[in-house]
Design a protein. Structure first.
Length: 739
DNA sequence: AGGACGGTAGTTTTT
DNA sequence: CTACCGTCCT
């Protein structure tokens, strides 16, 4: 492909970004401005115009999805020209480097990667061994602290101890790391950390990679943490050809260690950086962009961007103020139905976003009631399922018998009468001798001849030895069988199927999940166990969720990043929800909440619906709310307020705490009775024994119809699917005949 | 080893 | 309010 063809569909800013010279480049790309487009065209430009060999290019992303997308799009531009390129997520690139450079590390090349659950179990064990009170210091909070320290590349001994808790974290951190190393395991953070340290401390390794990667490209740069930034700095140290793309305004992972100040650091560390702004937006209407800009402009430490579009101003932003959160969810459901039925929106073009997962519940209820299809993003994870983890743990154990976390997971699953006491005794004994439980287990296979036999409990030792010989056998088979056959053999040996597949539907599902793992294993026959386990650990299941274009998407604002929808609803734009109550006392966190709102707004192509409720279900009863402070920043003339409640006297967004106490009193009056002016009871549109027709379920008989909460609720027995409860206003039923 | 009870916490989650 | 975890009891 020649340069002309490559550039023909780009705007001037994009052309500049794609064709700029070598050296450090910082592309700040507003939402919808063609960030991925620029990155992929730049890669194609490097290879086909500048003649760079793919082997000398490194491209890193945060998600597998992004990596796949970029790969696909570059191949589209320059087919068959990517041989030798290294492209992948930070974690997978690091995993590869570490496998290759294991000789420099405290682990061997067949190390396993621990996920959150595994990490937590190591922390728990460490906490117990150190006699720390789990009530006072929750393992999950300690783990969180450890993770942040690792992201910042701080070793236990480098910590500043400001509180007793810091001291606890320090001790656990130290122990935790020892356990990981002795298990020949790394956690997600270690992948980055080990690589960053390796490049920092081993000049010959650093030079090798820094020379190879003549050009480095980074996606979503604003989300890098210190470890990632450090490793990039070292990798780019030789050639300085580092091309980073990002947007400070979309940095929403501070709590995971991401530090958008890396954008500022970048300019300082790489003098002569070419900085390019992409400000033309191809996604949203000008109204949406103006609202977004009004919200984000109040943040500091950012490069101001003037997003513009050629799409025209479009519709106003809808703001709906509901009485309570239930009504708010019903409103959204109803509006979504309207968009689909009246405005011919595809359900898949509609998304509902919220701050916390818990908020999805009322929405789901409303959708179920209205018989509307929806899909929930990020609810249940395939790899998080118990049976999947069990099966993987078996495989990991055979791959790396030092892995005590996996051993502990499977040694009594299915039950082998090896209880906690026996296992603890085994591990303690092993640690005293400075070896792993697996080592002892395998030695016990010799029976009473084993030097360790007498140190185990009488009852437990035989059962341990039994499991040991199983493990021994599998280890011997490992070299001869394929992954699939080995896995099948193991599952048969332990009668795993009988264990999980009971008569229930759930049992069937579970076995189905196991079969899915087997199927995945089959795909890795050629690449081997290392690659298979690595991909299980590092490849999320984002794309194992089937696409459902006929359903409305419900997702958190975080999960919405990088996506776009024709119509976007943002649910719960109230103080303490967005911004979240936990962020209120920290200005940095408030800025991040603001970015989160910004990300949500800028997902919308045509229609944006913001909603809030004057009463919201707290932990106990109902709480009164204040409108989100972010709403105040959106100019009134961009909004169309659609709420139907209370006075709009104060500022038009529903109650606002100008005179809070008085307001509250007033609201309580409002609450009881709930409808001071009783809503007119709508008349029943459907009666029992009426033949009706539904757009998707066909015909059925009305069994009963009544008014609930001011809505007509109809029970219909459909010929196709049986009994359904529907809202008359939304279901779109037509009467066929009356009996 | 599994069920019942009680206490406690209750954001976001690319890998 | 509920969902989850740990503990205790059978």
């Amino acid at each position: 492909m020649n340069a002309m063809d490559l550039l023909k569909d780009l705007n001037p800013q994009q052309v500049k970004a794609v064709t700029t010279g070598t050296g450090p480049v910082l592309v700040l790309a507003g939402p919808g401005s063609g960030k991925t487009r620029v990155l992929t065209h730049r890669m194609a430009y490097l290879i086909s115009v500048m003649g760079i060999r793919p082997y000398n290019i490194l491209t890193v992303t945060f998600t597998n999805k992004a990596a796949r997308e970029i790969d696909k799009r570059v191949r589209n531009l320059i087919p068959n020209d990517l041989q030798g390129i290294l492209m992948g997520t930070f974690h997978s690139v690091c995993a590869r480097i570490l496998r290759y450079e294991a000789a420099h590390l405290p682990i061997t090349a067949n190390y396993v990667i621990y996920d959150d659950d595994d990490q937590l179990s190591v922390v728990k064990r460490s906490v117990r061994e150190l006699n720390i009170d789990e009530k006072l210091y929750k393992p999950s909070s300690i783990l969180n602290a450890i993770s942040l320290l690792k992201n910042d590349m701080i070793r236990p001994e480098q910590m500043t101890i400001k509180s007793y808790k810091d001291g606890v974290v320090q001790k656990v951190f130290d122990r935790y790391q020892q356990v990981l190393i002795s298990n020949n395991a790394v956690d997600f953070d270690d992948l980055l950390l080990y690589t960053a340290r390796l490049l920092e401390e081993a000049p010959e390794v650093r030079e090798k990679y820094a020379r190879r990667f003549e050009h480095i490209l980074v996606d979503e740069f604003q989300d890098t943490n210190i470890a990632q930034y450090t490793l990039l700095r070292h990798l780019a140290g030789e050639n300085h050809n580092i091309y980073v793309v990002g947007d400070e305004d979309q940095s929403i992972y501070r709590w995971r260690g991401a530090d958008y100040h890396n954008v500022e650091r970048f300019e300082a560390d790489f003098p002569g950086t070419t900085k390019i702004l992409l400000e033309q937006n191809y996604r949203s209407t000008q109204t949406v962009l103006d609202a977004a800009r009004a919200v984000i402009d109040r943040n500091r430490h950012r490069t101001p961007k003037a997003l513009f579009t050629e799409r025209g101003s479009g519709e106003k932003v809808h703001l709906y103020v509901a009485r309570d959160d239930r009504q708010e969810s019903e409103y959204i459901c109803q509006k979504a139905a309207e968009l689909i039925n009246k405005l011919r929106f595809k359900a898949g073009e509609i998304a509902i976003m919220y701050r916390t997962n818990a908020q999805s519940r009322l929405l789901e209820e409303a959708f179920i009631k209205a018989a509307m299809k929806y899909k929930l993003v990020g609810a249940q994870r395939f790899y998080g399922r118990r049976e999947v983890k069990d099966v993987i743990a078996y495989l990991r154990l055979v791959h790396n018998p030092s892995d005590e976390v996996s051993l502990a997971r499977v040694i009594n699953v299915p039950q082998r009468k090896i209880g906690d006491t026996t296992l603890q005794a085994l591990m303690e004994y092993a640690h005293q001798l400075g070896v792993n439980a697996g080592t002892i287990l395998l030695d016990l296979v010799q029976g009473p001849a084993s030097a360790h036999w007498q140190y185990m409990s009488k009852g437990g030792v035989n059962r341990l030895a039994d499991f040991g010989s199983r493990l021994q056998e599998w280890l011997e088979l490992k070299g001869t069988l394929t992954i699939t056959s080995l896995l099948q053999k193991m599952l048969e040996d332990v009668e795993y199927r009988q264990y999980i597949e009971d008569e229930t539907e759930e049992g069937q599902d579970r076995w189905g999940n196991v079969e899915e793992v087997l199927r995945l294993a089959y795909e890795y026959e050629q690449q081997g166990m290392d690659a298979f386990l690595e991909s299980l650990a590092l490849v999320g299941d984002q794309d194992t969720i089937p696409d459902a274009p006929e359903a409305v998407t419900m997702l958190t604002l975080h999960a919405a990043k990088g996506l776009e929808f024709g119509a976007v609803f943002i649910y719960g734009v109230d103080e303490k929800v967005l911004p979240h109550s936990r962020s209120l006392d920290d200005p940095e966190e408030l800025e991040e909440e603001r970015r989160l709102f910004y990300v949500g707004i800028t997902r919308a192509k045509d229609q944006l619906y913001l909603s809030r409720a004057e009463f919201r279900g707290g932990y106990g009863g109902m709480d009164t709310t204040d409108p989100s402070r972010f709403l105040e920043d959106i100019p009134r003339d961009l909004l169309k307020v659609e709420g139907q409640h209370r006075s709009y006297s104060s500022n038009g967004y529903g109650s606002y705490s100008r005179s809070n106490r008085q307001e509250k009193q007033e609201q309580y009056i409002w609450k009881s009775p709930p409808n001071t002016v009783p809503l007119k009871q709508p008349e029943l549109r459907y009666k029992a024994n009426t033949r009706v027709s539904h757009p998707s379920w066909g015909e059925g008989w009305v069994l009963e119809s009544r008014i609930m909460d001011g809505d007509e609720v109809v029970d219909v027995s459909f010929d196709s699917i049986g009994l359904k409860r529907l809202l008359a206003n939304l279901a779109g039923l037509t009467v066929i005949e009356k009996k």
